[in-house]
Design a protein around this ligand. Sequence first.
Ligand SMILES: [Zn+2]
Ligand SMILES: [Zn+2]
Length: 548
Amino acid sequence: MPAHRHRLRFLAALVGLRPAAAGFSTAAPARGCPLHAELARRGAPAVAALALYSRIRAAASPTPYTFSLLLTSLACSSPRCPPSHAAAAAGLAHAQALKCGALAHTVVTNCLLKLYCALGLLPDARRVFDTAGAAVLDVVSWNTIVSGYGKSGDLEAAREVFVRMPHRSLRVFDQMMEAGFKPDAVVVVSLLKACAHLGAVEMGRWVHRFLRAEGFGRRPGNVMLETALVDMYCKCGCMEEAWQVFDGVRSHDVVLWNAMIGGLAMNGHGKRAIELFRKMLEKGFVPNESTFIVVLCACTHTGHVDEGKEVFRSMGAHGIEPRREHYGCLADLLGRAGRMEEAESVLLDMPMEPHASQWGALMSSCLMHNNIVVGKRVGKKLIELEPDDVNGLWEDAKAVRQVMEERGAKKETGLSFIEWNGLVHEFRSGDTRHPQTKLIYALLEDMEQRLQLIGYVKDTSQVLMDMDDEEDKGSTLSYHSERLALAFGILNIPHDMPIRIVKNLRVCRDCHVHAKLVSKLYQREIIVRDRHRFHLFRDGVCSCNDYW
Ligand SMILES: [Zn+2]
Ligand SMILES: [Zn+2]
């Protein structure tokens, strides 16, 4: 039996609790009850609080109020308690609340979340959070778990939960602020990361103003915040603002440099990204593994093949062993530039086994450059990686595609986000959830007819291009998510403002053509950030020169 279970049973015996299920009463809140009053004083050590609870249970059935008092009391006493002891007490109270059905009450669930977070038991808090129904959770619950992760230093998890917040908008944050929530640096970083992820630049700017007003910028050692700001502005395509923040930073670190270099690369300023990398080296900063990823990406986006190869070769001189990702970047750089054989030998010769996705990327390049010889070899490789697939099916790329489809190539759902009026609107392909659905589809139909007049033909020939990270082409009847977002933008966003869309996957060729023509027909500036880069559509052309 694990030690903590022993302790649990010991504690239960100590306070006279038997594991039998307790009844749960929703009777009077027991505010006048002296036992509850004692429990509310919160000064008691864990064992005393549990003993009080036990007496309450013997005298009358505990209520949600009882549990909120008990859990809060345990949280208050936890700093004076040995950690294992406090954890056992929390587990016991949790089990009792569960048995009584008290966790159906938001207040009780929140108290339990706070208790686990206070004890640093984030996995337990997360379990409570994940098993609670959506109806039980409120702003306080979300806030508790986000800052719990933040305080424990798990920023990635904080962000992950934050971005799953329903209506991840200023509204949630406003509510949090109204509820007296003071965001600390950790929460602000998660907020900025959420803005970056969703391309919500208005909200991001608001956070920036908030930071300035709070004087965050004047404190030293806030390079983490500044990096988050740079990253947010870059990911929203606002390079001038990103530069302003970057230039204003007093003490740069390598993470900040990486954010700026990566941001430039993503926004199509590959040359400036490489220049900034050189400057970073001149200033004596030591690049890390991520630096080389973003620099290689910059070379790929601008077709600087020789420069990229040189950067790759220089990794050793900086004491960095290239990892699988670096080899993948190099192969991608060569493949996209049409140097398929070289790319193939990079993947064949690398010291570790390439991922199927890396072969898949090379396959895309082969199709793009119509290199059937290498394409066939790569196709075989792709199928070899999954030996249970039907062999001998691949006379051509189409068969490979078919096999991949049958394999159910784990496709992500295509999602597009567009920010308007302090809200982030989310669209899936063929989505009908949005309140303006009827208007959106009517506009898209009208759009299609008008576009046909200026020569738009639905591009189905590029089905083969759909290799790794584009939206599913199967559903020809429904519209890809970015088109729905685009129609929403045209309907709602004033003519003099650009339409900014963020998409989680790569934009497909057909949607790319479509967006170019829409920018011309409607005289709108359209900015789409897809998984790989930015596209600025203006007057019928795209900033990427159809290379992405
Ligand atoms: Zn598309
Ligand atoms: Zn483009």
